[in-house]
Design a protein around this ligand. Structure first.
Ligand code: THU
Length: 139
């Protein structure tokens, strides 16, 4: 699976975005270590806070299918600009590793590549909780 192919899948699923409020379609394609790709679009809610971003839709689909390790995620929004994962999605993706490759694309051939760690430096991770739990405190 090349980066270009992953971006193409993100564009395809972007068409399914349910965006009656923002009219801002986003698509994401997440490549698991297994080689399988999980796609997701944003799904909005009349109660706006219930909106789910494309990245988390893709991730939750993958996790619920039993995947735990990921290599890369491609994200596409308005082709006029690069759409970066929001802060909440960065944090949720961080759950599964700091070195995830994040591809933000305008077109299949026009994209930028970052690691998740670059997009969310000095982050709070599952290891922080492990460190605290291993101290043996009772609270
Ligand atoms: N959105 C995403 O799906 N991913 C992002 O990384 C940025 C924001 C969605 C949420 C909402 O449906 C719309 O874009 C406008 O915020």
């Amino acid at each position: 699976m090349t980066r270009e192919e992953l971006i193409k899948k993100a564009f395809e699923v972007r068409e399914n975005a349910y965006v009656p409020y923002s009219h801002f379609k986003v698509g994401a394609a997440l490549l698991a270590a297994s080689g399988r790709v999980y796609t997701g679009c944003n799904v909005e809610s009349a109660s706006y806070g219930g909106t789910n971003c494309a990245e988390r839709t893709a991730l939750f689909k993958a996790v619920s299918e039993g995947e735990r390790e990921y290599k890369a995620i491609a994200v596409v929004g308005d082709p006029a600009t690069y759409t970066f994962p929001c802060g909440i999605c960065r944090q949720v993706l961080m759950e599964f590793g700091t070195d995830l490759e994040v591809i933000v694309a305008r077109t299949e051939n026009d994209y930028k590549v970052f690691t998740l760690d670059e997009l969310l430096p000095h982050s709070f991770t599952p290891q922080d909780l492990e460190a605290a739990n291993n101290k043996g405190g009772s609270s």
